[in-house]
Design a protein around this ligand. Structure first.
Ligand code: GAR
Length: 211
């Protein structure tokens, strides 16, 4: 079974969906949760993960230099021998130190098409611009901000969504399905990982990588 390290900074609804998929859904025969990690020791998602029976770990990132903090995180995560690093609302830009430690094995989910929107507040962006749809994107993380190879996308119909809460509700329902399904496909070798994503160490890309 593939060992997952799930990283979060907040609520952790994607983490819950992944744990449920491991415990009785599409990931059941394929994966196990090695650890749920947070850069915020008081993230609500950590408590939820523990209640679901997951091992948890945290290291506070506040006031820490990015490279040094990430080196410490890599050390903690390596104790759990993860095959995949699964970012689930992990609101931190990842340094090359981190990316290179797990090159080609870091996944992220983003509430928009990463070709159109990067970084924070994607649902606000879709709502404010009254977009008729958003495209949930699961991608591999490389050294750019939301530039990594796309593994899967699924559109969400946003027509008639009158509030930001409704936009988020529709989007998250798709996120929760798509993330587990994409991981299952990856683990089963049904999705091919572009070679470029694995060649991270010497590739001349931007110095910081993202959420
Ligand atoms: C999710 O909507 C996720 O797609 C988004 O943060 C939320 C975390 O919610 N991630 C990003 O915007 C990354 N750029 P959760 O803690 O309930 O899973």
């Amino acid at each position: 079974k593939a060992r997952l390290a799930i990283l979060l900074s907040g609520r952790g609804s994607n983490m819950v969906a992944l744990v449920q998929a491991v415990q009785g859904g599409v990931l059941q025969e394929l994966a196990e949760v090695a650890v749920v990690f947070s850069n915020k020791p008081d993230a609500p998602g950590l408590e939820t993960a523990a209640a679901l029976g997951c091992a948890t770990a945290s290291l506070g990132s506040q006031g820490r230099k990015r490279q040094e903090f990430d080196a410490d995180v890599v050390e903690v995560l390596n104790r759990y021998r993860p095959d995949y690093i699964v970012l689930a609302g992990y609101m931190r830009i990842l340094s090359p130190t981190f990316i290179r430690a797990f090159a080609g094995r870091i996944l992220n989910i983003h509430p928009a098409d990463t070709h159109q929107h990067q970084g924070l507040h994607a649902y606000e962006w879709a709502f404010d611009n009254q977009l008729p749809e958003t495209k949930i994107t699961v991608h591999l993380v490389d050294e750019g901000l939301d530039t990594g190879p796309v593994l899967a996308q699924q559109p969400v119909d946003l027509r008639g969504a009158a509030t930001l809460q409704e936009v988020e509700r529709r989007g998250l329902a798709v996120e929760h399905q798509l993330y587990a399904a994409t991981l299952a496909g990856l683990i089963q070798g049904k999705l091919t990982v572009p070679d470029a994503a694995l060649a991270a160490p010497d590739s001349p890309t931007t110095p910081e990588a993202g959420l």
